[in-house]
Design a protein around this ligand. Structure first.
Ligand SMILES: [Zn+2]
Length: 62
């Protein structure tokens, strides 16, 4: 069984689709249909967010 592996958009290390660290970011512009998905490690994203940004349930680690 193969596992899809993504490159983290922040550190460029591998992150597998079954890794609980994997988060998907969808980036879009207002008034545009264009959008892009980015894959990141939860830890990498949290480290780059200002600590005043509230983190929702999606950031919880099981
Ligand atoms: Zn990363």
């Amino acid at each position: 069984m193969s596992v899809t592996v993504y490159s983290c958009a922040l550190c460029f290390d591998d992150v597998g689709e079954t890794d609980p660290e994997l988060l998907r970011l969808t980036v879009s512009r207002r008034l545009s249909e264009a959008q892009q998905e980015l894959f990141v490690h939860r830890t990498c994203l949290v480290a780059r967010l200002d600590p005043r940004v509230p983190l929702g349930q999606v950031f919880d680690v099981d």
